[in-house]
Design a binder for this molecule. Structure first.
Ligand SMILES: [Ca+2]
Ligand SMILES: [Ca+2]
Ligand SMILES: [Ca+2]
Ligand SMILES: [Ca+2]
Length: 394
């Protein structure tokens, strides 16, 4: 493996771990969508480019709450031959199963519907899909990667004008949308056997190319830092981030978070995630300086993302850190623990994302709690407090 960041990756991801988790970001729905979108973009060329320029100019620097009417949007966007979605609810295109991905263009359709969330008075043409899930489930309905100012809403069971089941015009959480003001219903709970009508619409009179996905929600696993939690204090990672804080043997110069001995259970509240399109990740190296003949340490990690945690043997320095002493990995809803009886010297507890999931540093779900128990100190015994000495014999 060669790194893109000064050759750091090899140390960031020791060999043993690399074999356990082959990188797979190319298969993620987002990558697939973006590729589709880019192809679409090229095929329609100049018209959309012009639209993008005008849309960007119209929306630059404008806060959503104060958004003025978008009179600058051209009404006469050329119609598109490949009509994909349904014209209206009776003619909705049936989504057979999830996950579902489709692209199309709304400009050739009629303005049948509108809903307010919260902007009124749209005259945009719309297309309709229907979906009847087999079982109760949460779905994410995204137009994030579309190329115009979209709006999306859902009716449950029947057309209920003015009372959509869910509605979104602009979603700030879209990840690098190609234009501003695209839409995303992140969590729509649907009942098994019920039919949902999904309307792809626009703001104002805007229409254009849409990129639509319906997938099961990514369930989140919030992790709360306890009141006495010790903050990691590393700056949040982001694209281009260089970890000079606690990237361990991968930092130049090497840098660790040094952990104070404490035989009582304590918690470190940290953050990690991937960046640079899932090619890099924030690794956190917690340095332990063991002084007892054998120290039995239990480390557990609970995280909002699929995480990995391992012990690394640093007794012979970074040059000899090529694989984990022990390692666990798991999903965000698992508490993963390792217990090791370790000889004296320098050891590291390593925490990061598990391989290369699509967990961006700038996503809000990037926290973890690392709890450590049994990190006692055996020197200098003479000056240890009575509490510490007592703790040794518990
Ligand atoms: Ca409409
Ligand atoms: Ca919108
Ligand atoms: Ca970190
Ligand atoms: Ca770090």
């Amino acid at each position: 493996m060669t790194g893109e960041n000064g050759g750091n990756i090899e140390v960031n991801l020791p060999r043993e771990a690399a074999e356990l988790q082959p990188p797979s970001p190319a298969l993620s729905p987002r990558s697939a969508l973006r590729t589709q979108g880019e192809t679409l973009m090229r095929s329609i060329g100049i018209c959309v480019s012009l639209l993008l320029v005008i849309a960007a100019a119209a929306s630059a620097g404008v806060l959503h709450a104060q958004r003025p009417p978008k009179t600058a949007i051209p009404a006469g966007t050329p119609s598109y031959e490949g009509r994909v979605g349904g014209e209206d609810i009776p003619n909705a295109v049936v989504i057979a199963e999830s996950p579902f991905f489709d692209t199309g263009n709304t400009c050739g359709y009629i303005d049948d519907y509108d809903e307010v969330c919260p902007f009124t008075g749209s005259t945009s043409p719309d297309v309709v899909y229907s979906f009847t899930p087999e079982y109760d489930m949460c779905y994410s309905l995204s137009l994030c990667d579309s190329y115009y100012d979209t709006k999306i809403y859902v009716y449950e069971g029947e057309y209920t004008p003015g009372y959509p089941y869910e509605c979104n015009d602009d979603n700030d959480y879209c990840y690098e949308p190609p234009v501003m003001y695209t839409s995303w219903l992140r969590e729509v709970w649907m009942w098994g056997g019920e039919t949902y009508y999904i309307v792809i619409d626009g703001y104002g009179g805007d229409c254009g190319d849409y990129v639509f996905s319906l997938v099961e929600c990514v369930m989140h696993c919030p992790v709360e830092c306890p009141p006495d939690g010790i903050p990691e204090d590393e700056p949040p990672c982001q694209d281009g981030y260089v970890d000079e804080f606690n990237g361990g043997c991968g930092s130049i110069p090497v840098a660790f978070s040094e952990v104070e001995p404490n035989p009582e259970l304590f918690t470190i509240c940290g953050m990690s995630g991937n960046f640079d399109n899932n090619t890099m990740r924030d690794t956190d190296w917690y340095l332990l300086d063991l002084t007892c003949e054998l120290t039995t340490i239990t480390a557990c990690v609970e995280s909002e993302f699929p995480a990995g945690m391992g012990f690394l043997d640093l007794r012979e320095g970074c040059d000899n850190v090529t694989s984990f002493y022990s390692y666990v990995q798991g999903d965000c809803n698992q508490v993963m623990c390792l217990t090791e009886a370790l000889p004296p010297g320098e050891w590291v507890i390593w925490v990061s994302t598990n391989g290369w999931p699509d967990y961006d540093c700038e996503d809000e779900w990037n926290h973890y709690n690392l709890t450590v128990e049994g990190y006692e100190s055996c020197v200098p015994v003479e000056s240890a407090s009575w509490g510490t000495v007592k703790a040794l014999y518990r």
